[in-house]
Structures are given as C-alpha cells and as structure tokens.
Design a protein around this ligand. Structure first.
Ligand code: GCU
Length: 428
C-alpha cells in the first residue's frame, strides 16, 4: 500500500469518526470488559450547587438538564413550528374487536406556513364496557396501523406506499399483531391509540422530506445546525400532536395519558414524555442506546454505531461523543429523571444485549434521587432483578426472557403499573 493511500484512508477514518459516522466502531458485549466509568451526579448543578429540594430541581437543575439533552442529543424542539393540524373522523365502528371496543380512524392534516400539507392516520380503540372517561396508551407502530391487528376495516397507513420494500412481508395486515395486546388493554379499561411513525417522519434521511420536514421552511437533515432536531425529535413532537387530539376526545381521561414505545420508538417515547407533561406514565420498551441505557457503560450499541447507522436520528452535536462517551457531561439516567414526579417505566429483554439490559436497569435506578425529592420511591437496589420479577415503585422496571420485542407479558406489566399509578376506579 503506498503512503498516499494510507494517509488518505487515515484522513477518511478520522473525519468519519469526528462526525460520528463510524459504523464499524468496535462493540463490547462482554460484561467483564466494561471499563470503570463515572456518572454525572444527577443532583449537582453544572456550577457545583447541590440540589436539595423539588423546587431547586424544578427551577434550576431540571431546565439545565433539559437544555443539555436538547442541545447535545436530540436537538432543540422549535417553540413554534407554525404547523396547523386538522382532524377528520374517517370511520367509526362501535362493534370492533367482537364488540369489545369502538374503533375510530382519524386523519390528521398538517399544514405548514409554506402552505404545504401532509397527512397521517390515527387508529384509536376505546373500550365499550367502560363507564366514564378512560386512560389511554399512545404508541407508534413500525409498519402501519393495519399491521397491529387483523381487524379487516383498519385502513393502511399512508406511509406504506413510500416505505414498503417490494416483495417484503412487512406492512401486511396483522403482521405485528403479536406486539399489540389490544384485547387485554381494552378488557382492563384502557383505550389504545396508534399511528405509524413514518407518517410523521419517514425513517430514512433520503425520505424525510416526505414527512413533517416538508412543512418546515429551510429544514434539511443533511445540513443541519449542530443543535437542530432530528427524526427522534420530530417523532416526539408527533406524539404531542396525538395528545392534542386525545385531550379533546370525550371518552378519554386527559389526566391519564401514557406514552409507550419500543426500541427506537422507546427512545422517542422517553424524549416525548420528558418534554410533554401531559404524559403521566412514560414507558420505554427495550430502548437501548440513546434511550434508557447508560451511554458510559459502552455496552452493546454505542454512540459511534448509532450515529453512524442512523445519522438522522439525533442532532449533529451528539456525534462529538462517538467513541468518546467518557467526555459526556450527561447520561441517560438524567433523561429518565426528567420525567419525575410523573412515572417512568423501563423494560428490558434478557437476550437483547445490543440494548444493554443492565445499563437500562442502572439508568432507571440512578434516576431515583429525583423521585426522592418528591418523597417518591425509585428502584430500591442497584442490583438488577431476575427475569419476570417486575419492580413497581414510582419508577417501574422489569426484564423478561426472550428477544428484542414487545410481548403480552410486557403489556401485562405496563397495565399493572398504570393501574397502580391511576388507582383504577372499580367501574372501569
Ligand atoms: C437498531 C438500532 C437500535 C434501535 C433498533 C430498533 O437495532 O441499532 O438503536 O433501537 O434498531 O428500533 O429496532
């Protein structure tokens, strides 16, 4: 190999690393190789001041941390997007799921200041037997509303045409039904609302312009400012737009809204739940790197890998921590803590080492001191519980057997936790 070639490849590797594009960075999945690391202290402000009260937390430390996550990880959510939203009931079926639920399908039409429009489709199930207003679980799906159930009248999410790869079985009716325990949730008195996340913003840098970004003047994911939001920020914004609709639904209890997400959508649920206080329970299912898992353990997926493979998810400033987690002035336990005094729940799967189950647990554990400020109880032990031993304090956690997925067991745990939080009325 000649010298010129060597220095050229070195330059390429260096610039890739500096901009966080190192898809091939090494990955550690061996617990014995986790290096000692120091977590930033949740209750010590940047200037060194110690937080002793909930008031100090709310006035100083919480805003300071929120700013760090906005500017360094997910990007700043614009205060005003100028986007208007119209809702239209497309269909209503009072006898869905064998009479268990009323099914509503609602078209969201977003109009930007530039007069461009964009549409998304919400699917909502409301339990029929419930008297009065009911709690609701809001959760995006990966491949369209029609994949979450075999109910024939569920419309295909509009993003299918854009996102479905030819010949793939994804996007087929019922394909992801095992991830959606609708009947269980409905029987227990919960409404469930879902939307395809690509309807808000297609999950590909090349296709984002077919979503909400088309309504944002001057937004270009490839040439963003260091702190400009990315796809996770835009999806989180979309969760809030769903909440805007649900608070106006007569049968929904607006004080009992839950946001739940799996994997990349678990990262999104956390970021949405942190910013939007209308979500009273925030649930991260197997969210891993950039979600619940501590970055500084550098176990499983790491920042170099995630920013390399998914450059559009976070803001460009996050790339600075690629292969340099030790330099981070924050970590994900502080994100979870921002949900306090509302409730956060983290779930892991035993065979999901890519998402670092232990790092997910520790993060939930180290969020505890924020809850103590409110006389609430975080997770009691730094030792991760065994599988199928849910821990339901003011912070919730469980790890189940099996792979990266959402299962009926996960739903059952979430419903038990929400019941406890909402002290479900017997008539639900
Ligand atoms: C990839 C990615 C994860 C993400 C997951 C998912 O595995 O590396 O960060 O959570 O996809 O969303 O399914």
């Amino acid at each position: 190999m000649n010298k010129k070639y060597i220095s050229l490849s070195l330059a390429l590797v260096m610039s890739a690393t500096m901009s966080g594009q190192n898809k091939n960075a090494p990955v550690n999945e061996d617990e014995s190789k986790v290096q000692a690391f120091e977590l930033p202290d949740l209750l010590t402000c940047t200037g060194g001041e110690r937080v002793e009260t909930a008031k100090q937390w709310e006035k100083k430390r919480r805003p300071e941390l929120l700013k760090l996550f906005s500017q360094q990880e997910y990007g700043v959510t614009p205060r005003q997007t100028g986007i208007k939203v119209k809702h239209e009931l497309v269909s209503s079926n009072p006898k869905a799921m064998n009479g268990l639920a009323t099914e509503k399908q609602v078209r969201f039409t977003f109009t930007g200041k530039n007069k461009q429009t964009h549409q998304a489709l919400l699917l909502l199930y409301i339990p029929n037997h419930a008297k009065g207003r009911v709690p609701v679980i809001v959760s995006y799906n990966f491949h369209g509303n029609q994949t979450t159930t075999f109910e024939e009248d569920v419309l295909f999410s509009p993003s299918r045409d854009l996102m479905k790869k030819a010949g793939s079985d994804n996007w087929v009716r019922g394909e992801q039904a095992s991830r959606w325990s609708y009947e269980l949730a409905l029987q227990r008195g919960y409404a469930v609302a879902t939307m395809n996340y690509h309807d808000i913003c297609p999950d590909s840098p090349a296709l984002m312009e077919h979503g909400i970004p088309s309504l944002l003047p001057n937004y270009n994911v490839e040439s963003r400012e260091a702190n400009e939001w990315g796809a996770i920020g835009i999806w989180a914004w979309g969760y809030s737009r769903i909440a805007d609709y649900l608070v106006k639904e007569k049968q929904i209890d607006k004080d009992c809204m839950v946001v739940l997400g799996h994997s990349r959508l678990g990262k999104t649920a956390l970021w949405a739940g942190v910013q939007d206080k209308r979500f009273k329970v925030v649930i991260s299912n197997d969210s891993g790197c950039g979600g619940a898992a501590l970055s500084k353990r550098v176990f499983g997926e790491n920042i170099a890998r995630i920013t390399g493979n998914f450059p559009h998810w976070f803001c460009p400033a996050f790339n600075a921590y690629s292969e340099n987690e030790a330099s981070m002035p924050f970590d994900q336990h502080e994100l979870l803590a921002l949900v306090a005094p509302r409730h956060v729940y983290v779930a892991s799967a035993e065979d999901d080492s890519w998402a670092d189950p232990k790092g997910e647990y520790l993060s939930a554990y180290y969020a505890g001191p924020a809850y103590q400020l409110y006389d609430m109880q975080g997770l009691p032990s730094a030792t991760q519980p065994a599988v199928h031993q849910p821990q339901h304090y003011d912070v919730g956690y469980h790890i189940r057997s099996g792979k990266h997925d959402v299962t009926a067991y996960d739903w059952q745990c979430y419903l038990d936790f929400c019941d406890k939080v909402f002290q479900t009325k017997s008539d639900r």
